[in-house]
Design a protein around this ligand. Structure first.
Ligand code: ADP
Length: 378
């Protein structure tokens, strides 16, 4: 009988798990938040992932439950485990990804390299951190942030007065995170996949270019990633995956500092925007690998098809309709471009798709990917 996987969350990450599930003959079902979700190509049920009964009913009969996002409450995750459901990543691992303060505490306790940080409960805590860190620091909400929402660079506690006011709400975790403003040369990301039985594989470290706190482009592998940088990045991600017992894909966002250190910014315990290039650029995409890992199947080869793979997000979408309207013209112009349309309504800033190009001349590969993404976003 086919193996069955259930995905909680109906966004583009769930959508991109569908093709490899089809290829491998797996049955995939999705618990989506709304009708018409990006993942509607799979057998989809609409329901609230905060509701234990809904999630337990969805999980009935699947071989493993996994996620499109990290927001499922711990009470729901624990209820699944108590009911004997295989949940990957586990509630314990996800707990670390759900709260940036918990993440910083765990990574620091493991001796892994992170920016200087502090837990802030009051404006006085922030004033003290500012005084120790050159008067300009980064403040983050511990929970619920994404795409740069929940991240502010500040020189005074007034600039986050609203966040301090909101801390009485238990959903915030009751504290903010302060970090040194890292002087970085560029941002990198290292993805690995780990099976419950312990096997781990890694893709090459990549460079991610962010605009306004959102991932805009990814270059795979990261240019000029010397042996040392690649080794450090892979080592960090393998350690995080092992020490936190992560199952499935783990993406570690990293800073390469101007004084040549590698620091961990963030962890994502699921396929990640910085790994989308692997659909077209690697023998095993992050989505196929995630399914293999959460079902505890042997992991796939992470070799690459070309010297360079470049992925550019389509943000917002065309002003005159959907990506589909412009697809024929792009296909005629760029037969080698790999287009991924998430089937979402265009909205300013929204990730509605991406384009990946491959080749052996990095400038040319970047040029083609940018041109294609701009064609869809204009
Ligand atoms: P999100 O969870 O919203 O993705 P991140 O914590 O990843 O937020 O931060 C978003 C972006 O903000 C990062 O990609 C980076 O460009 C910038 N950033 C985050 N933390 C720092 C820091 N300590 N120093 C400098 N820039 C930072």
């Amino acid at each position: 009988m086919a193996l069955r996987v259930g995905v909680i969350g109906g966004g583009q990450l769930a959508r991109m798990m569908v093709p490899p599930a089809v290829h491998l003959g797996l049955e995939i079902s999705v618990l989506a938040e709304t009708e018409g979700s990006s993942a509607r190509l799979a057998a989809t049920q609409v329901g609230d992932y905060h509701d234990v009964e809904t999630v337990l009913a969805f999980a009935r009969g699947v071989d493993a439950i996994t996620f499109d996002h990290e927001h499922v409450p711990q009470t729901v995750l624990r209820a699944l485990v108590d009911a004997g459901v295989e949940v990957h990543p586990s509630p314990e691992a996800l707990f670390v990804a759900q709260d940036k303060l918990v993440m910083r505490e765990r990574l620091s306790a493991l001796g892994l390299p992170v920016p200087d940080w502090a837990r802030l409960e009051t404006a006085a805590d922030l004033d003290a951190f500012l005084a120790d860190h050159g008067g300009r620091v980064v403040v983050k909400t511990a929970r619920g942030g994404y795409d740069g929402k929940g991240v502010r660079v500040v020189s005074s506690s007034h600039e986050v007065a609203d966040w301090f006011d909101g801390l009485s709400d238990p959903a915030t975790g009751g504290a903010l995170l302060a970090e040194e403003l890292v002087d970085f040369r560029r941002e990198l990301a290292q993805s690995v996949a780990r099976r419950p039985s312990g096997e781990i594989v890694a893709w090459p470290v990549v460079e991610s270019i962010q605009r306004d706190g959102v991932c805009a482009e990814v270059l795979a592998p990261a240019p000029r990633s010397t042996g040392r940088i690649a080794d450090i990045a892979e080592d960090i991600a393998r350690r995080v995956a092992t020490e936190l017992g992560v199952t499935g894909v783990l993406a570690v966002e990293l800073f390469e500092t101007n004084d040549d250190r590698i620091l961990i910014n963030e962890l994502a315990m699921r396929p990640h925007n910085t790994g989308h290039w692997s659909i077209d650029g690697s023998t095993t995409s992050q989505f196929e690998q995630h399914l293999r890992a959460v079902l505890d199947l042997p992991l796939g080869d992470t070799g690459t098809h070309a010297d360079w793979s470049v992925m550019v997000n389509v943000l917002g979408g065309p002003s005159d309709g959907t990506m589909a309207n412009r697809l024929p013209a792009l296909m005629a112009d760029q037969p080698g471009a790999k287009v991924h349309d998430y089937g979402k309504e265009p909205r300013p800033g929204r990730k509605v798709g991406h384009v990946t190009t491959l080749g052996d001349d990095l400038d040319d590969v970047v040029y083609r990917a940018r041109a294609a993404a701009e064609f869809f976003a204009g």
